[in-house]
Design a protein around this ligand. Sequence first.
Ligand SMILES: Cc1cc2nc3c(=O)[nH]c(=O)nc-3n(C[C@H](O)[C@H](O)[C@H](O)COP(=O)(O)OP(=O)(O)OC[C@H]3O[C@@H](n4cnc5c(N)ncnc54)[C@H](O)[C@@H]3O)c2cc1C
Length: 574
Amino acid sequence: MTESLKNTATTGTSSLLSVGQAGLAGIKNASSTVANVLWSDHLQSHSTAFQSQAARRGVDADVIVIGAGISGLAAAKELVQRGNKVIVLEARDRIGGRIDSRAIGPQGASEGHARVDMGASFIHGKYDNPIYDLAQDLNIKVHYTSPEGEMRILDADGQMNEDSANRIGFNVSYTFFDASRSYAQNNDPSPGESLASYVFAKDSPLFQGLDQHDIESAADPDQDQQPPNLRWKAKTLGRSFSGWTGADLEDVALRWWGFERDTIGPDGMVIGGSYHKVVDHLAGLVTDPSAHKGEIRLGEKVERIHWDSEGKLVEVMVAAPGVDLSAYSTTRTYTASKVICTLPLGVLQRCPPAFEPSLPPRKQRAIRALGYGLLSKIAVRYDKAWWKDSDKATSYFILPREGNITETMPPCSPELQRKLKPQGLMVQNFITIDGSAQLVMFLGADYGQAMEQADPDECTQWAHALFKRYLSPNATSTDIPPPIDAIASSWSTDPYSFNSYTYIPSKPDSKDGLPVTPLDVAEFAVPIWAGALGFAGEHTHPDRYASVHGAFESGIREGKRMAIALDMHRKGEE
Ligand SMILES: Cc1cc2nc3c(=O)[nH]c(=O)nc-3n(C[C@H](O)[C@H](O)[C@H](O)COP(=O)(O)OP(=O)(O)OC[C@H]3O[C@@H](n4cnc5c(N)ncnc54)[C@H](O)[C@@H]3O)c2cc1C
């Protein structure tokens, strides 16, 4: 956060750092105090007009939206376009939340220079997906993997022939995306059964067609033993899908796997770290200067949400991050008829604001019981690409080596290493727009935790060594340049996210002992406080949780619902 933001937030004077189409550059360069000051000046006039209208009604806005991630921005856009006054309160000094197109390299985030998407980078499903449609409208380049797949399974020893690699690759994606889903639907797995119990079962399609001898003589990979036969490789590759679920497959419920009605068609990778264009576009619509209806305020951490049921108002109290809440005079209160809360599940679980009155038991159960997993990334940038297929959005899967399963484990203590199960690592060739070359490693669940706890420089060296060994095993070290930059994510400790996305766990709720189901996700979509407090965010969409498109749709859903309620109120139809 910049000094100017910190100051305004703690003194309680105006921190009217809003986002407007013309001002997006100011937001992107939020580290530049000069840009902020200039932008604040511009906003003073904009907000004065806004406040004088609101003041007449004794409230700051019709609706306050908490969080400027994609769900909050979608909700705010919907409300503004339907004629409502909206303030979006965002704790960070940037918009986008778990969409985080980070500048990498010396030039910063100016247009045409390198960025990398450290949060969402794929558009999952081409059809029935509003994010794909938006990307088309905004001319965002999306790379679609061909049906044959630009997927390379890599074995540092070069022992695996192409046929075996293809077979394993097919088995893993078929088992994970098709067979397990139809098994769960056509059978009646108990709520406690895990996705792993099907995927790694002895007769699982994961092992179909693999060498019979290998299958019979397979050692249990969990026993930290040799031999890396094909069955073992398929299993370690299968484990790398903890990046997809955010959790070990042992922790994900089989029963609800494939229950969702999700988007259709292939996944596409957003090129050049440009996912931010989607949120920038929505922010522009929210703060459209011709409408003067919406504002986005950064550096406003919501600490308390109070419903005045008699006055039919909701008060939202904000504090500068780190400010002691007992010093209420240093905070600011916003008042509105309604509030939409898009705080991530991780924030609601670990560091929620005070809800007054407290959240009803069913909402509390949903918060407690749902799983919230981790996907981490480390992006390493080079002057030029030295690996094959650097012009394609290739996914490389690095498999552990025989006799050296710790090599593919992030740098961590021997105790932690003993807890990690051997698993493959997905590395994405990340297509840039500035001519530089980037490799991004995806690490799910425990691997992500270990990486995010480690020293970033050590992680970079570890990732670089793995890339060298696996992506170009025959090159001499002089052929391969050292990295020029690297960024590692920190989603697990980020106080505005605390991990990455929702999953439905196989473990029952710790308090009532009952199974967790998609109804717990649906529970979030139910507004409370006589409709004054609504909820949006990826964790509130039973069909499309854990995704950008799900979060977006949840925001549109809540924005629309509140706009209708406000219209009815204005017409006296309540
Ligand atoms: C590493 C990673 C990779 C991913 N990859 C993909 C992908 O490829 N494709 C895909 O579809 N999805 C992906 N996802 C999931 C997707 O990014 C999320 O589902 C989606 O962006 C969530 O949007 P949201 O609006 O629900 O939440 P968020 O984006 O988290 O928005 C919530 C906002 O609330 C703010 N906030 C938090 N606390 C406070 C507070 N106290 N006061 C005020 N504001 C607060 C946060 O700063 C944040 O801006 C990925 C996520 C991660 C982390």
